[in-house]
Design a protein around this ligand. Sequence first.
Ligand SMILES: C[S@@+](CC[C@H](N)C(=O)[O-])C[C@H]1O[C@@H](n2cnc3c(N)ncnc32)[C@H](O)[C@@H]1O
Length: 275
Amino acid sequence: MTPESFSFLAGLVKTRSGIVLTADKGYMLETRLGPMLRREGLTGLDALALRLRSPREEALAAEVVEALTTNESSFFRDGKPFEHLRKLLPALAAARPAGQPIRIWSAACSSGQEAYSVAMVAAELGPALGGRRVEILGTDLSREMVERARDGVFTQFEVQRGLPVQMLVKHFRQEGQRWQVAPELRAMTRWQVFNLLDDARGLGRFDAIFCRNVLIYFDSPTKSRVLAMLSRMLARDGVVYLGGAETVLGLTDRLVPAPGERGVYEPARAAAHAG
Ligand SMILES: C[S@@+](CC[C@H](N)C(=O)[O-])C[C@H]1O[C@@H](n2cnc3c(N)ncnc32)[C@H](O)[C@@H]1O
């Protein structure tokens, strides 16, 4: 691939998703886009870049971006955020007016393990939430991932990663080699394709936002923009959970680390009052 083709493809991915492809990612492009090249009868990445220069290739461009996302996820990933949520949910339930649901957003949900982990925490709390409804919205740039998440069907390998066996037995039904999320968990969830670079106001306000292991793929200006957007979507007493390698420091002053917690951020007082 010529350097011109690489920078064209990297520019397309960055504009459409925020994901930065560094020069050492040439091999990743070859392997991830290989099947698409063969299907489209293209001789290589230069031919793909040439074809994508046409404005009529919208669907192909979207497919390229999806193919270059990394969708790694697991149930109860990193543990701590879910322990924090277990303490937070009863407090939020007590603080909200009667009848108002608690709304949680899994903002780069991949195949859904994060959102279903949140649903299990809420289901396990049961009476501690005083009958309060918990609504979980899972969104991702990748249509394929959102469809997988909505189906709620996981392989043996996937359920073995991070999911305690008693939770598996309680909240999943075995179907041959696969495990289907139980209807009561699925009823708490909604799924939607959503790009973190887009205007999120239509999604409403959230009491907690999980936005984990996605900012790592963005440059600093994009991280700042996404964090500012998340802070606007958050209730004044809500929290944002970031991944272990992610932070708000140096990127936004609208969110600050929650005292004594790792990976948990809350609205800065001044920013919260400024609305
Ligand atoms: C590594 S997964 C993280 C999944 C989950 N949050 C976790 O921590 O296990 C990153 C996800 O971010 C999604 N993603 C990348 N860029 C995005 C964007 N601009 N808007 C929304 N989702 C994006 C990818 O499709 C991928 O599913």
